[in-house]
Design a protein around this ligand. Structure first.
Ligand code: F6P
Length: 357
């Protein structure tokens, strides 16, 4: 009998269920004698032994369901080697449960932090296959992570809706987009929704340039302006600080988030009325878009193939629209950021979008 463990870890996103369904459907189709063990709440379930036997029925009808049927949790990689409050060795416990459940392999769906732990478990001798999840699209080794396109659609919708009210009132609107330390989500949603200014962490901004772009629009007779601002956007001054000084500064922030800081500076310098909208976790909710359903189904089928061929220690990904596999050791610990010199940035600039640089 083939016994496969499965878990979803880190922040959730759309298409986790679609991906698990993809793996399960392909495995059930290829192998008669197979059991999938659903591990609850990510690595927490693997550490503390919480899991349940799944059946084909569990994976039925979940293609369009948001969230994850297994639950998830954040278990920081940096604490994996640190015993828990009762002195439990987490890595040892994960290995013991893997053995106790007689697993032939473990399928892990997750983002950056998750992949560091997946690589650690692989190095510890467990058979691991992973799938790339995150709305941030910041995972190394794949052009696209599932969840990203669905989140782009939601953030785009938000900015579309903001357009009408911004236009009626003649205001400057800032929409703060998720994405952690990278700007993929903001860049794509900003272009898709026709934002006038896009601020991403990879291109530190100068508030004078932002205000100049706003003035230019006002002089052209435009009554409103929209800024798509990544939650990780950073000014040129802050980007010049040492990591330590920047961390220190962020300990006592003068504003609830970067958008409020930028908004206050714009009001003070230009006299224009500014409003801030933060869609937040809405961007991770609801059904996956069609693109993500296709991507997840393809990745799921490919992950099943890796299991059947016993090609462990790999993540499935997509490159130039072909499904590929990448060694976990290459993925773990690397961030995929937006290249400020990439063609998408040049094209956006050619459209007249300001990046505040
Ligand atoms: O990594 C996905 C993400 O949604 C980021 O875009 C965001 O910074 C973070 O997770 C929010 O984390 P949490 O759900 O723990 O608040």
């Amino acid at each position: 009998m083939l016994r496969i463990g499965m878990l979803t870890s880190g922040g959730d996103c759309q298409s986790l269920n679609a991906s698990m369904r993809g793996v399960a459907k392909s495995i059930y189709d290829a192998v008669d004698d197979v059991e999938i063990i659903g591990i609850e709440e990510g690595y927490k379930g693997l550490i503390y032994g919480n899991a349940r036997k799944m059946s084909p029925k569990d994976f039925s009808g979940i293609l369009i369901e948001g969230g994850t049927i297994l639950g998830t949790s954040r278990q920081p990689f940096k604490l994996m080697r640190v015993p828990d409050e009762n002195g439990l060795d987490k890595v040892k416990a994960m290995k013991q449960n893997y053995k106790k459940w007689n697993l032939d392999c473990l399928v892990i769906l997750g983002g950056n932090g998750t992949h560091k732990t997946a690589n650690l478990l692989s190095e510890e001798g467990l058979n691991i296959v992973t799938l790339p999840k995150t709305i941030d699209n910041d995972l190394w080794g794949t052009d696209m992570t599932f969840g990203f396109q669905s989140a782009v659609d939601i953030a785009t919708n938000v900015i579309d809706n903001i357009h009408t009210t911004a236009s009626s009132h003649g205001r400057v609107f800032i929409v703060e987009v998720m994405g952690h330390k990278v700007g993929w989500l903001t860049l794509h949603a900003g272009i898709a929704s026709g934002a006038d200014i896009i601020l991403i962490p990879e291109i530190p901004y100068d508030i004078n340039s932002i205000c100049a772009a706003l003035d230019k629009r006002a002089k052209q007779g435009k009554r409103f302006s929209i800024l798509a601002v990544a939650e990780g956007a950073i000014s040129k001054e802050d980007a010049a600080l040492s990591k330590k000084d920047f961390k220190e500064k962020k300990k006592n922030p003068a504003y609830p988030s970067i958008s409020y800081e930028i908004g206050a500076q714009i009001e003070e310098r230009t006299g224009q009325e500014v409003r801030v909208t933060i869609p937040g976790h809405m961007q991770r909710g609801g059904s996956p878009c069609a693109y993500d359903r296709v991507l997840s189904s393809r990745l799921g089928a490919a992950a099943a193939q890796l299991i059947l061929k016993k090609e462990f220690g790999n993540m499935v990904g997509i490159r130039n629209n072909e499904i590929i596999s990448v060694p976990l050791s290459e993925v773990a610990g690397k961030l995929k950021t937006v290249d400020p010199e990439s063609s998408i940035i040049k094209e956006a600039k050619a459209l007249g979008i300001s990046f505040g640089d």
